[in-house]
Design a protein around this ligand. Structure first.
Ligand SMILES: [Ca+2]
Ligand SMILES: [Ca+2]
Ligand SMILES: [Ca+2]
Ligand SMILES: [Ca+2]
Length: 308
């Protein structure tokens, strides 16, 4: 009988030992280094430590927080055995081969929890605001511009679509729209958390929120339409749009000249050019043809029509 159990027990002990070894070697999460222009990144999110979610989270670190990789004092409070956490890095492989299986499973569980905490959270739509953070440079890309609407006046029908190209939920609260020298105004949310953008998702900032007044566009935020400073407006002939952080950093910008804007159609950025650098090339933009309810064309909050 004992002989029959000996082999499975030995195998289990060895397996747990191997799993323990593997767990130690799980690489740390990569943070936003999939952008080609990461080297140009500027320290945009200087006020991140002041955001309220840093204080309110309970073990669920906001994804991309600068302290994700550092030992978190909160995590230690959750552990029943603090000595265990101190010994992890040096003694696990030796201890595991001698410990009985109960202790092994304890060690294994705690290590697993710790690693799990460093993974990017993937909250559903209802939990997004708790983990959203301010975007960093390169994460928000201007992807579509309704510069010259035809079905409604410009003061009602201009809008800007911006895409979150990062793997994290971001919050544009306190951010601004501006141009090169005249316009600069804070984006207003249209409802609670409406400026929180899911990974890969779009946000649409409009002059007017009303669906029937703005040409049939659902808006996540609004800007004060004004053409002489203290607001934001897009000239049909030559202008710029800039997304500006609360600290004054330009997160993205696009400039255009004559013959860019099309009357009655939004200009959309080709899918292959969704970076803050690539969207500067106006050849990567084209007028959209999907119809909006009041007759103009555009794809607000949706993937752009392709350019060919
Ligand atoms: Ca205009
Ligand atoms: Ca302007
Ligand atoms: Ca740009
Ligand atoms: Ca679009």
């Amino acid at each position: 009988m004992y002989r029959c159990l000996a082999t499975p027990l030995l195998f289990t002990a060895l397996s747990v030992g191997c799993m323990e070894y593997d767990m130690q070697r799980i690489p740390e999460q990569e943070e936003g280094n999939w952008f080609e222009d990461a080297k140009d990144r500027t320290p945009v999110v200087e006020d991140e430590d002041d955001s309220p979610e840093d204080d309110s989270d309970n073990g669920g670190d906001a994804p991309g927080d600068s302290d994700t990789d550092a030992p978190d004092p909160d995590d230690d409070q959750d552990r029943p055995d603090e000595d265990d956490s101190n010994d992890d890095s040096n003694d696990d492989s030796d201890d595991d081969s001698n410990d009985d299986s109960d202790d092994d499973s304890d060690d294994w569980d705690w290590d697993w929890d710790d690693d799990d905490d460093s993974e990017p959270d993937a909250p559903g739509p209802g939990e997004s605001s708790g983990t959203a953070r301010a975007p960093g440079y390169g994460e928000m890309v201007v992807t579509e511009l309704m510069i010259d609407p035809e079905s409604v006046p410009d003061r009602d029908g201009e809008w800007v679509e911006i895409r979150n190209t990062s793997a994290y939920w971001v919050d544009l609260s306190g951010h601004r729209l501006g141009d090169d020298g005249v316009d600069d105004v804070e984006i207003e949310s249209t409802s609670t958390d409406s400026l929180v953008v899911r990974p890969g998702g779009y946000t649409v900032i409009c002059a007017v929120d009303d669906y029937w007044d703005n040409g049939g566009v659902e808006c996540d935020g609004t800007f004060r339409y004004w053409t002489f400073g203290g607001g934001f407006a897009m000239s049909n002939t030559e202008d710029e749009v800039m997304l500006i952080s609360p600290g004054g950093y330009i997160l993205d910008g696009v400039a255009w000249g004559e013959d860019f804007a099309v009357v009655g159609a939004a200009m959309g950025l080709e899918a292959s050019a969704h970076t803050v650098g690539d969207n500067d090339a106006l050849e990567s933009w084209c007028d959209q043809w999907s119809w909006l309810p009041l007759g103009d064309a555009g794809t607000p909050s949706e993937a752009n029509d392709s350019c060919w």
